[in-house]
Structures are given as structure tokens and as C-alpha cells.
Design a protein around this ligand. Structure first.
Ligand code: ATP
Ligand code: MG
Length: 432
């Protein structure tokens, strides 16, 4: 390539979004807003407040809390050295950051428990596919401090189920499990490891590797030929300590009291190290193999691990991208169209009336389109129709001088004269 050609190519380079990232555009963003608005409403009724936390944190915060042997930390983090040579990472999840903030702002001095939620992007370098992206969005909720009473676990689950119900998410299934605590889990893991060693040769490479690093994760395997082997492995429910056993039984009872249906799934383990006792996952329809829309669980030791006081904790993360995909796949993506008006202004003399009408209607919450350049009436109505607008207000010389505006309902084509001062009432009446 000649130097000139190279320069030209450089000049005209078209940029594209980085692999695994997406532009979310209208009209789809209206659905995102509806989902987030619903989350805010539901979570507020349960007493949660919003936090907005930094997108990047010290790498160590994630390494320590999520665990070095997890996929997230070992392969998926976007880690880089800052100019002062400290290692920072884009957050792959937000529970660790929330605990950091809880400690940093002495939230243990607030009335306990503290209930927080966060709706923000996360970053993981995974292989992009349907429902799996490198920048994706989560809706998180966490309860920190106070007691570890089973009613807390059940209420957190009730809240997310209420949210999904409100959105009419289809095919929702809640799986729950207890993965024990630091007293009983190590013994179970030891047993599991021994059992896995015996069948090692029959397992795939991934599971073989996990026997040492993270044996619980073997239970997560979706490989066909491993299924009958996994079915015969020891089950944690048979090895829980008395405290964990009664806690788990009480969580189930509390769920029943709340009318929340659940499936017990002894193979449900979470990919992050900090979880203990109650763990849960929620799946929904229309997502293929990436069908988990929510994962959560209890993490009582985490705040302490990060240098804070002993603190109970439980929370969940909803995959918003997947939630939206599922709503779209099952035709639940409709958003309420707003009230909308197109102003057809004819002649310079009507301009001032058009501007004040636009301003009035907007202050009443209407979407108003007022074309920058005057259009012929036919063309204006065509444009309004294409934009999906419901009413046209036609303002010509006669309308302005008599104060009787022409209002056309675009869906039916009916046209009426409406007194200028009654315009808002008239339009509002069409919506009841
Ligand atoms: P998966 O097993 O599907 O990889 P995970 O166990 O890694 O999920 P969590 O860390 O529990 O996921 O995150 C909670 C939720 O966030 C998941 O249930 C999923 O809905 C969503 N999620 C996780 N990773 C991604 C991703 N790369 N793209 C889109 N959503 C994601
Ligand atoms: Mg994952």
C-alpha cells in the first residue's frame, strides 16, 4: 500500500463496537427503562435504596472475594495496570464493591440490615453468544448486617420473584440449595473430592481439572456423559451441620408461607467462592443454554474477609440482558406508548401559537413533535403516522384567529374543532 493510500484508509476507518459489547438503541431502550423502573418500584416497596459504585476497583478486591480459582477471576476479568502501576479491574460483579462501600462508609452504624440495590454494567471477557456478552448489565440487590434469620433469605427471593411476576416473565423456575458453611462444607468437599478421584478417568478434562481447584463446580457440569456419574456422587444435603440443616428447612418453610414455589436442586453451586448456605438460581423461557436470569445466595463471611466487622449478607444478581431477551422472545416486550401530538403549523402567523401549544403540552407530559421546517399538511400527517403519533393539532390562520384548534385523531381519521383552552382536557379524555 502506498503511503497516500494508507493515510486515506486511516482517515476513513469506520469504527465498530468492540466484540461482546452492544449499542442499545430506541425503541428497545424503552423496554430497558420499563424493566429498570419496575425494579426500582418493587425494590423500594421492600425498603431498598440505590447505590452507584465505581466501574473499576483494585484487582485485589475481586481476587480476594470471588476467589482466585474461579473462572471469573482466572480468565474473565479486564485487568490493567494504571499509570501509577497499581492493578485495577473492570468490575465483573458488584457484591464485592457493595461490601467495600458498606465498610468504607461505616454502614454498620446505620439501622441494620442495610438494603441496597444497583443497576449497572459488568464486564467479563467471555466468548460472546446469545445471552452472553463482555459488557452486560446486572440488577443487583444486597442485604447487609442484621441477622441471618431464614426470613431474610426468603424475603430476598420473594422480592425477585415479585419483580419477575410484575414483568410477566414466562417460564420462571426457582432452584434452591444449601451449600453449607465453613464448619460443614470442607468435610463435604473432602468427601466429594475422594469420590471424584475414584471416577476421574471417566470425567472430561474440565471436570478433571476442577477436582483439585474447585470440586463443587464439577456438579455444575452440563456434559451428557458425566451426568450418570454425577448423580451417584455424595450430596451436600446429607452432610450439612445441624445449624445449616435447620436454617435450610426454615428457609423452605418461609418460602412456602410466602407462596413462592421452588425446586430443590442439590447440584446448584455458585461460581463465586464467597457463597454459603442458601443459594438460588432462577431460569426463564426462550434463552437456550444461557437460561439463568438470576443467581444469588448468602455470603456471611464476605464483609469480614474484606476487612470489615463480622456481618451477615445475602443478595442476588439478575442478568438484565437475558431478562430482556426472554421478555422479547415471549412477546412481553410491549411498552406503553406515551401520549403524543404532532403540531402542523401553517404559515408564519401560526408559529407563536404553535410554540406555546408545544410548550404547554410538553409540560403536561405529552410527547410533542413540532417540525423545524413548515410542511404541507399531507406530508406532515404522513410523517406523524410514521412516527406512531396519535394526534395532530393543525394550526392555520383560522385556528389562531378563532382560538378553535383542529385536532385529528390519526388512527381513526376523525377531526374536530377544540377550544384552545380545552385542548389538554380533550386530548386526555381520549386516553380514558
Ligand atoms: P453463567 O453460568 O450463565 O455464566 P454465572 O454463574 O457466571 O452465569 P453470575 O455471576 O451468578 O453468573 O451472574 C448472575 C447473572 O448475570 C447470571 O445468572 C446471568 O443472568 C448474568 N450473566 C452472567 N454473565 C453474563 C454475561 N457474560 N452476559 C450476560 N449476562 C451474564
Ligand atoms: Mg459465567
Amino acid at each position: 500500500m502506498s503511503e497516500g493510500a494508507a493515510k486515506k484508509e486511516e482517515k476513513t476507518r469506520r469504527f465498530q463496537a468492540i466484540k461482546g459489547t452492544r449499542d442499545l438503541l430506541p425503541p428497545e431502550t424503552a423496554l430497558w427503562n420499563r424493566v429498570e423502573q419496575t425494579a426500582r418500584e418493587v425494590f423500594t416497596t421492600f425498603g431498598y435504596g440505590e447505590v452507584r459504585l465505581p466501574i473499576f476497583e483494585p484487582t485485589d478486591l475481586f481476587a480476594r472475594s470471588i476467589g482466585l480459582d474461579t473462572d471469573v477471576v482466572s480468565k474473565e476479568m479486564y485487568t490493567f495496570e494504571d499509570r501509577d502501576e497499581t492493578s485495577v479491574s473492570l468490575r465483573p460483579e458488584v457484591t464485592a464493591s457493595t461490601c467495600r462501600a458498606y465498610i468504607e462508609h461505616n454502614m454498620q452504624q446505620l439501622p441494620q440490615p442495610v438494603k441496597l440495590y444497583c443497576i449497572r454494567p459488568m464486564f467479563r471477557r467471555e466468548r460472546p453468544q446469545k445471552g452472553r456478552y463482555r459488557q452486560f448489565y446486572q440488577i443487583n440487590a444486597e442485604i447487609l448486617g442484621g441477622t441471618d434469620a431464614p426470613a431474610i433469605d426468603a424475603e430476598v427471593i420473594e422480592m425477585v420473584m415479585t419483580f419477575f411476576e410484575r414483568l410477566e416473565l414466562q417460564g420462571v423456575q426457582l432452584d434452591i440449595n444449601s451449600i453449607g458453611c465453613k464448619n460443614c462444607r470442607p468435610q463435604y468437599v473432602k468427601l466429594l473430592k475422594a469420590a471424584l478421584e475414584k471416577v476421574k478417568e471417566k470425567l472430561g478434562a474440565d471436570s478433571q481439572r476442577r477436582i483439585e481447584a474447585n470440586p463443587l463446580r464439577v456438579l455444575d457440569s452440563k456434559l451428557e456423559h458425566e451426568q450418570p456419574i454425577i448423580e451417584k456422587l455424595p450430596r451436600i444435603a446429607d452432610h450439612l451441620c445441624e445449624d445449616c440443616k435447620s436454617h435450610y428447612a426454615a428457609v423452605k418453610k418461609e418460602l412456602e408461607l410466602r407462596g413462592v414455589e421452588y425446586h430443590e436442586n442439590w447440584r446448584l453451586v455458585r461460581g463465586l467462592d464467597y457463597y454459603m448456605r442458601t443459594t438460588f438460581e432462577i431460569t426463564a423461557k426462550g434463552l437456550g443454554s444461557q437460561n439463568a436470569v438470576c443467581g444469588g445466595g448468602r455470603y456471611d463471611g464476605l464483609v469480614e474477609l474484606l476487612g470489615g466487622p463480622p456481618t451477615k449478607g445475602i443478595g442476588f444478581a439478575i442478568g438484565e440482558d437475558r431478562l430482556i431477551l426472554s421478555l422479547q422472545e415471549s412477546g412481553r416486550e410491549q411498552t406503553q406508548p406515551g401520549r403524543s401530538v404532532y403540531i402542523v403549523c401553517i404559515g408564519e402567523g401560526s408559529r407563536s401559537a404553535a410554540l406555546s401549544t408545544a410548550s404547554n403540552l410538553r409540560s403536561e407530559g405529552f410527547r410533542v413533535e413540532l417540525p423545524a421546517v413548515e410542511q404541507k399538511v399531507g406530508k406532515a400527517l404522513g410523517q406523524a403516522d410514521k412516527l406512531g403519533i396519535q394526534f395532530a393539532v393543525i394550526l392555520g390562520e383560522t385556528e389562531v384567529s378563532t382560538g378553535q384548534y383542529t385536532v385529528k385523531t390519526l388512527s381513526t381519521g376523525t377531526q374536530e374543532k377544540v377550544e384552545k383552552s380545552k385542548l389538554v382536557d380533550y386530548l386526555n379524555q381520549q386516553y380514558v
